[in-house]
Design a protein around this ligand. Structure first.
Ligand code: HMG
Ligand code: MG
Length: 303
């Protein structure tokens, strides 16, 4: 097996993690989280989203958050790309206003999830992203893409690999430099992950694919291992395994960054992160949220 030499970890805890936490997190606590994450060696942090505050109240202070990041964190960590999720032009304009240099757009592999998540069909969402992508290009803002429900949908059930391939291609055509495949409800297995990647990789360059695994059924690390074996070298994760999913019963959050780092260490794959600092960061945000740490590695290595 040829593993990649280096893996890029995209930390999504402040966005995907917190958006699914019930306790509303105030600005100083979020800033502290982003600041601590910045000290762990991460180069990519998705810090918030410019979605409708009625839909996701937890992200309502993203404007203030990004302004603070630009003023107080970015200058000290110029190597870090702080990105934001944007569902439409309105969200993109808010992001630009706050000096964001990378945005993520997100589409679903299934019609029903698209309706429930962003209140429109898949094709409507792609049409909506087109002017956003044009604006991004002229403003020199990088765009990342997400496809949700790549290994299963809470409404439709199983999802065909061709459904995922279509949306992935469309996002790349819109100008995304990379598309992250989301197992939104964490139902995938190494078997289904392998089938999906086997269908995608002959068509799409492996450098343009990332994996975004939620850990509901405890399969995320195993799925990531399959991805690494098939040449994937970009992994999304959330410190302390923050989050959950309102659409999946018993859902846990993203795979924990600490656990991915431990996996990579065991395979001698470079990632540039400091595990002890990640664990400290995860412990602190969990204390603020009044929840237990979702990282097994963090639990095993408690001081
Ligand atoms: P809508 O209600 O259809 O939108 O929502 P609309 O265009 O009809 O606008 C309705 C109101 O919202 C208007 O205000 C707009 O101005 C306002 P009103 O006139 O009623 O006062 N509005 C906004 N306000 C602030 N920022 C905006 C914005 N857009 C409209 N950007 C919409 C459509 C897309 C906005 C909504 O459905 C939405 O915000 N959805 C986001 C839901 C979300 O954040 N989901 C989680 C992120 S996706 C995810 O987690 C998956 C991922 O992790 C990968 C994986 O795991 O699979 C990425
Ligand atoms: Mg997610």
């Amino acid at each position: 097996v040829n593993y990649p030499n280096n893996v890029k970890i995209v930390e999504v805890g402040p966005r995907d993690g917190l958006q699914n936490e019930k306790v509303i997190v105030d600005l100083p606590t979020k800033l502290k989280l982003v600041h601590q994450l910045s000290e762990t060696g991460l180069l990519n942090i998705e810090a918030g989203s410019f979605v409708s505050p009625k839909w996701v109240p937890q992200m309502a202070n993203s404007d203030d958050l990004f302004q603070e990041i630009n003023q107080s964190i970015s200058p000290a960590f110029p190597q870090i790309q702080f990105s934001a999720l944007t569902p439409n032009e309105k969200g993109f304009d808010r992001a630009i206003e706050c000096g964001v240099k990378e945005v993520a757009i997100f589409a679903a592999a299934t019609e029903q999830f698209s309706q429930k998540n962003i209140n429109c069909s898949i094709s409507e969402s792609l049409e909506r992203f087109a002017p956003l992508a044009e604006k991004a290009q002229s403003a020199n803002v990088r765009i990342r893409g997400y496809v949700s429900c790549v290994l299963g949908c809470p409404y439709q059930g199983s999802v065909g690999t061709d459904e995922v391939l279509d949306v992935t291609k469309s996002l790349l055509d819109l100008g995304c430099y990379e598309v992250s495949l989301g197992d939104t409800i964490g139902v995938g297995t190494p078997g289904s992950t392998k089938d999906l990647l086997s269908a995608l990789l002959p068509v799409i360059p492996v450098e343009q694919i990332a994996l975004h695994m939620h850990d509901t059924y405890g399969q995320a690390l195993a799925n990531i291992l399959i991805g690494l074996q098939m040449g994937i070298s970009v992994i999304d994760s959330a410190v302390a395994g923050l989050g959950g999913c309102p659409y999946a019963k018993g859902a846990s959050g993203n795979v924990a960054t600490e656990d991915v780092v431990y996996l990579l260490n065991g395979l001698d794959i470079n990632h540039g992160l400091q595990l002890d600092k990640l664990i400290e960061t995860g412990n602190r945000i969990c204390a603020a949220l009044g929840r237990s740490n979702g990282s097994k590695v963090a639990k095993a290595m408690q001081p």
